[in-house]
Design a protein around this ligand. Structure first.
Ligand code: NAI
Ligand code: ISE
Length: 340
C-alpha cells in the first residue's frame, strides 16, 4: 500500500484540522472520504471540507464514508457519544482507527470496543491522547522512567481553557477535559488510577450559569502516588496545561510555555497560547504521522483501546465523585491478554 486512504468522520474543529494536517504535514496518507452528521444534515460542512481536498468524497452517513472505495483507515473526530458506533463500523471492516478522545464517554461502550477488537483478534484502535506525542511530556516521561527524580510522589496538574463551548457541562470538565490528565498520569507513572475525589469551589463568576467551574480533581494511583488536577475551563486569559512531578529526590515541571520572554520598557513577559490547536499543534502532527505509519503496517503505536477504557472508567468514578462529593473507587475489569 503506497498511500493510506483515510475516511474522516466528523468535520468540526478537530476533524477539519486533521483533514488539513493529513494534506499538509503528514506524508503517506490522503483523505478520500469525509462525513458529518447530526448538526450537518445536508452535508454542507462535509462538502465544504471535501471541496478543499482533491479526490475526497463527502457523505452524510458515517458508515457509508467508512465503506467508500479507497478507505484503508478511519479517523474519528465526531463528539464522544458518536465514537462507539463509528469505531464498530470500522472494526467490522478490520480498518485501523484513530479516535479522538474520549474513546467513549462511558466504560460500557469502551468494553464493547474491546470486545469487537477481540473478535478481530488484533489491536486496531488508537485513542487521540495527543499529549503522549508532545515533546515536553515525552521528556518528562523519559526522566521519570530513568528514575531522574526518584519514585514519583505527586503530579500537580493545571488545565485551563480560556472559555468553554456553549454545550459544555459540569460533567464534561471531568470526562472531556480531565480525561487528558487521567491518561497522562497513567502513562507517565505506568500505574492505574484507583480512586477519584472531586472538590468544587464556588464557581467563577465568569462561568456560564450552572457550570461548576473550576474544579479540583484528586486521583490516587496503584503505586501510591497522588495526582491533583485544577480544571478551569473559563479562566479567560488563555490555554495552559502544566504538570509538575515531585519525586523522592527532585521535581520537574513542564508547560510553562515561555518560548520567548521579552524584556522591554521596564517589564518582561511572553505570550499565552489561546487554545489547544496552538499549544499542541506539533503533538497532533506527530500523533497523526505515527498513526499513519503504524496503520500502514497494520499496527497501533500509541494509546490503545485499553487506555481509552481505563480513562473512561476513571471518568465514571470522577462523575460519581463530583455529584456525591465522596471519594469514589475506580472499577476496572481484568486487562485482556490482547492489551498486555
Ligand atoms: N485532542 C484534543 O485536544 C481535542 C479533542 N477533541 C475531541 O474531538 C472530537 C470532536 O471535537 P470538536 O471538533 O471540538 O467538535 P465539533 O463540535 O467542532 O465537531 C464535531 C463534528 O462532528 C459532527 N457530528 C456530530 N455527530 C456526528 C456523528 N454521529 N457522525 C459524524 N459526525 C458527527 C458535528 O456535526 C460536528 O461537525 C471530540 O471527541 C472531542 O472531545 C476536541 C478538542 C481538542
Ligand atoms: O480535548 C480538549 C477539549 O475537548 C477539552 O474540552 C479541552 O478542555 C481540552 O483542553 C482539549 O485538549
Amino acid at each position: 500500500m503506497n498511500t493510506l486512504g483515510i475516511a474522516v468522520i466528523g468535520t468540526g474543529k478537530m476533524g477539519a484540522d486533521h483533514v488539513r494536517r493529513i494534506g499538509d504535514t503528514v506524508g503517506g496518507a490522503r483523505v478520500v472520504a469525509v462525513a458529518d452528521a447530526v448538526a450537518d444534515p445536508d452535508g454542507d460542512r462535509a462538502k465544504a471540507v471535501a471541496a478543499g481536498v482533491e479526490g475526497a468524497a463527502a457523505f452524510t452517513d458515517p458508515a457509508a464514508a467508512t465503506a467508500a472505495p479507497g478507505v484503508d483507515a478511519v479517523l474519528i473526530a465526531s463528539p464522544g457519544p458518536a465514537h462507539e458506533e463509528a469505531i464498530l463500523h470500522a472494526l467490522e471492516r478490520e480498518l485501523p482507527v484513530l479516535c479522538e478522545k474520549p474513546l467513549t464517554p462511558d466504560p460500557e461502550g469502551a468494553l464493547r470496543v474491546l470486545e469487537a477488537e477481540r473478535r478481530v483478534g488484533r489491536r486496531l484502535v488508537q485513542v487521540g491522547f495527543m499529549r503522549r506525542f508532545d515533546a515536553e511530556y515525552e521528556r518528562l516521561k523519559e526522566l521519570l522512567d530513568a528514575g531522574g527524580i526518584g519514585r514519583p510522589l505527586f503530579l500537580h496538574c493545571r488545565h485551563r481553557n480560556a472559555s468553554s463551548p456553549s454545550f459544555f457541562t459540569s460533567d464534561m470538565l471531568i470526562s472531556d477535559s480531565v480525561v487528558h490528565e487521567v491518561d497522562a498520569a497513567r502513562w507517565l507513572l505506568g500505574q492505574e488510577v484507583t480512586a477519584v475525589t472531586v472538590l468544587s469551589p464556588r464557581p467563577s463568576s465568569a462561568a456560564p450559569e450552572g457550570l461548576s467551574d473550576p474544579r479540583l480533581v484528586l486521583l490516587e494511583t496503584s503505586g501510591g502516588a497522588i495526582v491533583d488536577v485544577e480544571i478551569f475551563v473559563n479562566c479567560g486569559f488563555g490555554y495552559q496545561v502544566r504538570c509538575e512531578a515531585v519525586g523522592e529526590s527532585g521535581s520537574a515541571r513542564i508547560g510553562d510555555g515561555h518560548a520567548m520572554v521579552v524584556e522591554s520598557a521596564g517589564r518582561w513577559g511572553g505570550e499565552i497560547a489561546q487554545d489547544f490547536t496552538t499549544r499542541f499543534a506539533d503533538a497532533y502532527d506527530r500523533q497523526v504521522r505515527r498513526w499513519v505509519a503504524a496503520a500502514a503496517r497494520g499496527r497501533v503505536d500509541g494509546p490503545d483501546a485499553w487506555d481509552g477504557y481505563a480513562a473512561a472508567a476513571v471518568s465514571e468514578a470522577g462523575l460519581a465523585a463530583g455529584r456525591s462529593g465522596v471519594r469514589t473507587e475506580v472499577r476496572l475489569v481484568e486487562r485482556p491478554e490482547l492489551y498486555r
